[in-house]
Design a protein. Structure first.
Lengths: 401, 364
């Protein structure tokens, strides 16, 4: 058995051992608050077992291993439906950025340890009402205030802000220069006076995203994590940290075998749906697509193991998988006819077709919309030109609103 | 489990690409469309000279004992350059059938010639719309074949064929010397494939496998060939994606490269996705030869490669506008090849059924 296989076995065994306490069955019927409390205990257990911060430095409480061990653990973890979603953003981006760019190292270490043990949660305050994809067009501003700064404005789509202790934020500190050049990166205390968090209920019924308002929120200059005017590159670095995450060719929706089971159980015109050519074609097409992604991901893992950088084709994962999930979910509902009307707001998108369907649009928008991903593939991988950008090089305060 | 290519395999890919790009030119391929029965001899000579014909055959019979992975890499490059002559796949399929199901005598008689490329093999399993017919129209009685096998790729120049036929109460896979068999050339949209109908009339044939095992054997040969063809399709799709990209960054309209318009750039980015999914499925399928999920992996490779090549042919021409439909630019060579390869070794309809039967646990 290779070292990695041994690691996988160890990870699998641990996940199995805690599944009765933290797994899908244990979470059934819990309120969000109860589930979060369970999640904090799960995160602590994970830390104690040596599976938190797997690829983080040991002097900050991590395990000092590689990306490959991290995604190996995540692939095992994913099988059990543990309550880890509250920490996904926190440990995925803001805390690693704090490790990289935080100036007060004692403060950094204390925060990292608390975050790894589920005691504290961080959020990422990037998107605004005026735009998400056009990050550099943000309007929340920070003005100098004595030796520190004063923040005014609004962020939106901030995941888990209502449970967050801290956040990282990009704000405009100079509106007189081109939009990318007038941004600065800070961390903020989410409990500070002037910070207001309002949850947004999404179409599927859950409220994990928020609006966050900043009214004269005062912070000292030691909260700054970039040079003044140098915030955009730290923001980009934040988005690059999570390149190596466990993927799911089912787009975090139901796996294809569930669709096959459904098609075997239900009848169309008196015959099993699995015998219907339209259904068969969709099963075959989706299988081919998903098996292609699986092969891309296996090869990416092999490359990481061999110390190489995986190819850019990994960028197809979200684009291809979530579109596939969305359409297949529609078809699964179609298959059930009037029996497909039932809806349970608390069902899991991973095994319930209606839940998968109604939550699928989020997957095609959050973390880079389909259109943005296509632009990225076209420009970064294929060398096609950028879109026409009328605001390029124009001082921010002269861009027509 | 998929694989990473080792250094030797990467060298095969690089070297075959270099050679084919130097030796295969569109201007040599265009005239082949307008005649019947000619193939691109320069390609076949190269395949023989480079040992590609011997690549995946056993050493004991003149082969190089490599496998689907290596032959797939060659086929990918052949697809990129529209390399004519269908025999790279059909020789391999015929030779594998003899290697796997033939007697020692049959192996000694045919394999060395197929490995050197001096003998040309064809595989005739389909019948009209059926890639693997339940009741083949060609019959085998007392070791004699009768009937017509239609649309057999490469058959016009083939010396030997593997034929799926209706034997006495059961299907058989038979080996046939084509020396005295009548061949009718098919005037096709892709004439260098040398397609022909084979007319058997009291033709001597040797049974390789019979009964339900014959059907399984025929499917296995189809799957092996399908993986090679899928590589060829993926290569063609990749070349078209690059041609489209190159055109989109140079051709200007409304004061900017047309590739700056999202309707164009997203179309090309979508092609990238189709090509990479097909490539990944091909690499995976080639690595599964001999495993229980081989046919499933072959079907996935085949489906995604057919979709990639057809879509790339459609979109690349569309992105070019008027110039794309001219004879001279030759994009129609890819359109034609995409459709030809979509039919050889069974269409998407066939592979969808094969795949779903397996996924639903209903495989015969």
């Amino acid at each position: 058995m290779s070292d990695l296989e041994a690691y996988r076995a160890k990870a699998a065994a641990w996940c199995e051992s805690v599944a009765p306490t933290f797994g899908k069955a244990a979470r059934k019927g819990l309120s969000v608050e109860e589930d979060l409390a369970l999640g904090r205990r799960y995160q602590k257990a994970k830390f104690d077992a040596g599976f938190a911060g797997i690829n983080w430095p040991t002097d900050l409480g991590g395990q000092g291993l590689g990306h490959i061990e991290k995604i190996t653990f995540e692939a095992e973890e994913m099988k059990h439906g543990f309550p880890n979603v509250y920490f996904g953003i926190s440990l995925g981006m803001p805390v690693p950025v704090l490790m990289q760019f935080g100036s007060d190292r004692d403060f950094v270490k204390e925060r990292v340890l608390k975050a790894l043990q589920g005691e504290e949660i961080w959020c990422q305050l990037f998107s605004e009402p005026s735009g998400g994809t056009d990050l550099a067009g943000l309007r929340t501003r920070a003005e100098t205030d004595g030796n520190g700064w004063k923040i005014n404005g609004q962020k939106v789509w901030t995941s888990w802000a209502q449970y967050s202790d801290y956040g990282v934020i990009v704000v405009r500190t100079d509106p007189t220069v081109a939009k990318h050049k007038g941004l600065t990166y800070f961390w903020v205390d989410m409990k500070a006076p002037g910070v207001t968090v309002r949850p947004i209920k999404l179409a599927g019924g859950d409220s994990h995203v928020n609006e966050v308002f900043f009214d004269d929120v005062k912070i000292s200059d030691d909260h700054r994590m970039s040079p003044v005017g140098g915030g955009f590159s730290v923001a980009l670095a934040t988005l690059m940290i999570e390149r190596y995450v466990a993927t799911d060719s089912a787009g975090f929706g139901p796996h294809l075998d569930l669709f096959v089971d459904l098609a075997k159980d239900l009848m169309i015109n008196g015959r099993p749906a699995i015998e219907d050519g339209r259904i068969r074609q969709q099963i075959a097409r989706n299988y081919a697509m998903r098996s292609g992604l699986d092969s891309i991901n296996v090869r990416a893992r092999l490359m990481m193991q061999a110390g190489m950088t995986p190819g850019p084709e990994g960028s197809l994962n979200k684009l291809v998988a979530v579109r596939s999930r969305q359409k297949l979910s529609e078809l699964a509902i179609d298959l059930q006819g009037v029996g497909g009307f039932h809806f349970d707001e608390h069902a899991s998108p991973k095994d319930d077709w209606a839940s998968s369907w109604i939550n699928a649009p989020t997957g095609r928008i959050a973390g880079g919309s389909d259109e943005t991903l296509l632009n990225t593939i076209a420009e970064r991988i294929l060398g096609l030109p950028q879109d026409h950008r009328p605001d390029k090089g124009v001082p921010f305060n002269q861009i027509p609103a | 489990m998929s694989i990473l290519h080792d250094e030797g395999q990467q060298a095969i890919a690089t070297e075959s690409r270099r050679i084919l790009e130097a030796r295969v030119h569109k201007d040599d391929l265009l005239p082949l469309l307008q005649t019947s029965g000619r193939y691109h001899e320069a390609f076949w000579a190269t395949a023989k000279e480079q040992g590609w014909t011997a690549l995946a055959l056993p050493e004991a019979h003149g082969g190089l004992a490599l496998g689907l992975v290596e032959l797939g890499l060659i086929a990918h490059q052949a697809g990129r350059t529209l390399s004519g002559a269908p025999f790279l796949t059909s020789n391999f399929g015929a030779a594998k059938a003899i290697e796997l199901y033939g007697s020692d005598d049959q192996k000694q008689r045919w394999l060395p010639g197929l490995a050197s490329g001096d003998v040309i093999g064809a595989v005739a399993i389909a019948s009209g719309p059926d890639a693997l017919p339940a009741h083949p129209k060609v019959t085998l009685t007392n070791d004699r074949l009768d009937g017509v096998k239609d649309g057999v790729s490469g058959a016009l120049h083939a010396d030997v064929a593997i034929v799926f036929a209706n034997g006495p109460g059961m299907p058989v896979l038979a080996l046939v010397d084509l020396a005295k068999v009548e061949k009718t050339a098919i005037d096709s949209f892709d004439n260098s494939r040398c397609l022909a109908d084979l007319h058997f009339a009291d033709t001597p044939a040797e049974t390789l496998v019979s009964g339900s095992a014959a059907r399984a054997a025929a499917l296995h040969i189809l799957a092996l060939q399908a993986v090679i063809t899928a590589h060829e399709q993926t290569g063609g799709a990749e070349a078209l994606m690059e041609i489209a990209r190159d055109y989109a960054v140079t051709r200007k309209a409304f004061g900017q490269p047309i590739g700056a318009f999202q309707s164009i750039k997203h179309r090309i980015a979508e092609l990238y996705g189709l090509v990479e999914l097909a490539r990944a499925n091909c690499i995976h399928a080639a690595s599964r030869e001999g495993q229980s999920d081989f046919v499933t992996a072959a079907a996935a490779a085949r489906l995604s490669a057919t979709e990639a090549y057809d879509t790339a042919a459609r979109d690349c021409v569309q992105i070019h506008g008027g110039i794309g439909v001219t004879w001279e630019i030759g994009l129609h060579l890819h359109m034609r090849r995409a459709r030809t390869l979509a039919l050889e070794q069974g269409s998407s309809l066939f592979w969808e059924d094969i795949l779903v039967d397996r996924l639903a646990g209903e495989a015969a």
